[in-house]
Design a protein around this ligand. Structure first.
Ligand code: PDD
Length: 292
């Protein structure tokens, strides 16, 4: 039986219900976070919490995050995931329940806080070696995608376009620039350098993105944060996606054309190995150099 957390209580998922007047349901007026755990130990939880807090400030949603770490641990424990190689906790906070008016409820209401945990299964090494294919899709999202809101219709439609095209991922393109994946950040290897879009309002500041940049610098791989034109991306030596439910995922074809040699490149492989090694070390409670 799946146990979830809702507004201070742990309960079976079938018993967890929210009002039709919840502003998350009516307006997507809410925010979320997805945090990974390796053998039950949360990875970079502080960075996820900081991003959540920033988003809550932007949206002026007020919730007590003090019990957050305990709720995360307890969800893993109650769902038998404490020893799972990789699992995630999804946390969502909406502005709460109030009769429908566009502006915030005139009298503040308690936010709705919901969380669940589940196992995450990495692709097998064979599947990873095959690589993943993507299509480019126009980015039709709003202008503040740096805030991790539950308003994800643009991402949903982009990912569905990938499914409809029979491929794995979508690359969101705006004004000729390849921004990020439908649920991940995007990197390209151009010559010697690892390049990714700079932090701004048009991409999500991915926690994995930041960690991979940090790892690359430690490994002596030159990094650049600048916009990458989609035409430049098509000629890249390598490309890959990063994210909590993605880790490092090689992108080997874009719109049916191979990226580089059409298989995962050496920099992608090195970074993926280094990332997995760090998470393994974290799982066995050895403090990693990158400060996690
Ligand atoms: N998605 N960009 C977008 C649009 C995302 O939705 C995500 C994560 C990322 C990567 O962020 P991070 O490294 O912090 O996971 C980038 C989550 C996992 C999701 O929606 O399920």
């Amino acid at each position: 039986m799946e146990i979830v957390y809702l507004n201070g209580e742990f309960l079976p998922q079938e018993k967890a219900t929210v009002s039709v007047n919840d502003r998350g349901f009516l307006f997507s007026d809410g925010i979320y976070e997805v945090t990974p755990a390796y053998r039950g130990r949360f990875f970079l939880l502080d960075r996820h919490r900081e991003r959540l807090l920033k988003g809550m400030c932007e949206l002026r949603i007020d919730a007590d995050l003090a019990p957050l770490a305990e709720v995360h641990d307890e969800l893993l424990r109650q769902n038998g995931l404490a020893e799972e190689p990789v699992s995630i906790v999804y946390l969502q906070i909406t502005r709460g329940v109030a009769p429908r008016t566009h502006a915030f409820p005139p009298t503040p209401v308690a936010p709705t806080v919901y969380a669940f945990a589940k196992a995450f299964h990495r692709p097998t090494p064979e599947r990873w070696q095959e690589g993943f294919r993507a299509v480019t899709v126009p980015d039709r999202r709003w202008a503040r995608v740096d805030i991790k809101t539950v308003s994800l219709l643009g991402n949903v439609l982009a990912q569905q376009a990938a499914v409809d095209a029979g491929v794995d991922d979508a690359i969101l393109v705006r004004d000729g620039v390849a921004l990020e994946g439908a649920h991940s950040n995007l990197f390209a290897v151009l010559g010697d350098a690892l390049v990714t879009h700079p932090l701004s309002n048009v991409i999500l500041p991915g926690i994995t993105r930041g960690y991979i940049l940090q790892l690359a610098r430690e490994m002596g791989i030159p990094t650049e944060e600048r916009p990458v034109q989609v035409e430049e991306l098509r000629r890249a030596d390598e490309a890959f996606f990063t994210g909590t439910t993605t880790e490092v995922k090689p992108c080997v074809a874009i719109d049916g054309e191979p990226v580089g040699e059409g298989r995962p490149g050496p920099i992608t492989a090195r970074l993926s190995e280094a990332f997995i090694e760090r998470t393994d070390r974290h799982a066995s409670q050895v403090t990693a150099a990158a400060g996690d």
